[in-house]
Design a protein around this ligand. Structure first.
Ligand code: PMP
Length: 363
C-alpha cells in the first residue's frame, strides 16, 4: 500500500489496511447512528452490538468454552499484573511465577507488593534466551496460582506447548501472542492480553476467565474497578469501556475470520517467521538469533549483528528503507522484528531481502 511503512513494531503496531479503510468509511457515521463510534454511548444499541460481536468473534476464533467469561477492561496488561494477585492471592497463600523475561518479572514484582509470591521456574540465569523446564508435578499444590507469560516480547521466546499437569490454577499473560495460534483452555483459569498487538489498538485489555475461578476464589471487598467479579456482573460496563478499541477489535476479528480463522493465522505466522529465521541462520553468522532455537518466538524475532559496531548503521539503513520499529527494546538493544498477525508475507520478504543485501554490502 503506497505511503504505508512496513511496520514491524513490537506494539502498538500495524493494522490490516482493510480494517483501517473500514474505520475511515465509518468515521463520520457508524451504520444509521449519525455519529462515529468514538462519539457514541456505551449503552447505545450500536455499541451493544459491537461488544457482542467482539465477544462472539473471540469465542468463535479461540473456541472459548462456555464456562469462561470474556471481559473488556482498561489499564493494559500491566494492571493485570496487580489485579491477578489482588483478586486471587489470599493472605497466607503463595503465588508461583515463571520468570522468562521482563514482563514476567514485572508481574512477579507486582504480586510481591500484594502478598507472598515466589519464582517457581526461571530462565534468568540464561539471560532469558530460552525457557525453563516447567514440571507441574513438582509444584506445590497449595499455590494460589501459577503465572506465566506465553510469549516474551523483549527476548523473543515463546512457549510451544501449554503447561500440563499443573494442579493449581494457571494464569497466563498472552499479550504478545494471543490470536496467533489456538489456545487449549483446559489448561488455564485466566488469560489476559493488552490489545495493541494482535487485538488491535491500545486502551483495551481482554481478560478471559473461568467464571468459577472468580466466583469461588476471588477475594471480596476490593475497590470495584479492581474486582473481576464487579466487571463480570456488569458485562464489562461497570464504567465506560474503551468503546473505540472494542470496535477495532471487532473489525480485526472479522478480518481474521475472513482469512480462514486461527489455523490459517498460525500457518501464515509460521511461514513469515520461518523466512526470517532462515535469513538469520543462512547468514554465516552475520546475523545471530538471540533466542535459542527451540524457544524461538513466531511473533518477535530478536537478533544481533556479529559485529555490534555495525548495528547502528544497520538500523539506520533499515529506517531509510522504510522499515519501522526494528530496534530492540531499550533495555536490551540489538534488533527485533515483530511479526504480529497483521504483518503480510510480502513485508517479511522485503525485510529479508534488505537484510541479505546489507550483509552482502558489509562482508
Ligand atoms: N506483557 C507482555 C508480554 C507485553 O509484551 C507487554 C507490552 N509490550 C506488557 C505485558 C505490558 O502491556 P501494557 O503496555 O498493555 O501494560
Amino acid at each position: 500500500q503506497a505511503g504505508r511503512a512496513d511496520n514491524f513494531g513490537a506494539g502498538p503496531t500495524g493494522l490490516p489496511v482493510s480494517v483501517l479503510e473500514r474505520i475511515m468509511q465509518e468515521g463520520l457515521s457508524y451504520q444509521d447512528s449519525g455519529m462515529s463510534v468514538m462519539e457514541m454511548s456505551h449503552r447505545s444499541r450500536w455499541y451493544d452490538a459491537i461488544q457482542a460481536s467482539a465477544e462472539a468473534g473471540l469465542r468463535t476464533l479461540l473456541d472459548i468454552p462456555d464456562d469462561f467469561s470474556v471481559l473488556f477492561l482498561q489499564g493494559g496488561a500491566s494492571l493485570q499484573f496487580s489485579m491477578v494477585p489482588m483478586n486471587f492471592l489470599a493472605e497466607g497463600k503463595t503465588a508461583g511465577y515463571v520468570t522468562t523475561g521482563s514482563f514476567a518479572k514485572k508481574a512477579f514484582s507486582e504480586a510481591k507488593r500484594i502478598g507472598n509470591a515466589k519464582v517457581v521456574a526461571s530462565s534468568e540465569d540464561r539471560q532469558f534466551t530460552t525457557l525453563p523446564e516447567l514440571d507441574g508435578a513438582m509444584l506445590d499444590p497449595d499455590l494460589a496460582y501459577v503465572h506465566f507469560t506465553s510469549n516474551n516480547t523483549i527476548y523473543g521466546t515463546q512457549w510451544k506447548d501449554w503447561p500440563n499437569g499443573i494442579r493449581v490454577p494457571v494464569v497466563a499473560d498472552m499479550s504478545s501472542d494471543i490470536l496467533s495460534r489456538p489456545i487449549d483452555f483446559s489448561r488455564f483459569d485466566l488469560i489476559y492480553a493488552g490489545a495493541q498487538k494482535n487485538l488491535g489498538i491500545a486502551g483495551l485489555t481482554v481478560v478471559i476467565v473461568k467464571r468459577a475461578f472468580v466466583l469461588e476464589h476471588a477475594i471480596s471487598g476490593l475497590p470495584s474497578m479492581l474486582s473481576y467479579k464487579v466487571h463480570l456482573e456488569n458485562d464489562s460496563r461497570y464504567n465506560t469501556p474503551p468503546v473505540f478499541s472494542v470496535y477495532v477489535l471487532s473489525l480485526l476479528l472479522d478480518w481474521v475470520k475472513s482469512l480462514g480463522g486461527l489455523d490459517a493465522m498460525t500457518a501464515r505466522n509460521e511461514v513469515k517467521a520461518n523466512l526470517l529465521y532462515k535469513t538469520l541462520d543462512q547468514s554465516n553468522g552475520f546475523y545471530q538469533g538471540v533466542a535459542s532455537t527451540e524457544a524461538r518466538s513466531l511473533m518477535n524475532v530478536t537478533f544481533r549483528l556479529q559485529n555490534p559496531d555495525l548495528e547502528p548503521s544497520f538500523l539506520a539503513a533499515a529506517k531509510e528503507a522504510g522499515f519501522v520499529g526494528i530496534g530492540g527494546h531499550r533495555s536490551v538493544g540489538g534488533c527485533r522484528v515483530s511479526l504480529y498477525n497483521a504483518v503480510e508475507l510480502e513485508q517479511v520478504q522485503r525485510i529479508s531481502k534488505f537484510m541479505e543485501e546489507f550483509r552482502a554490502q558489509h562482508t
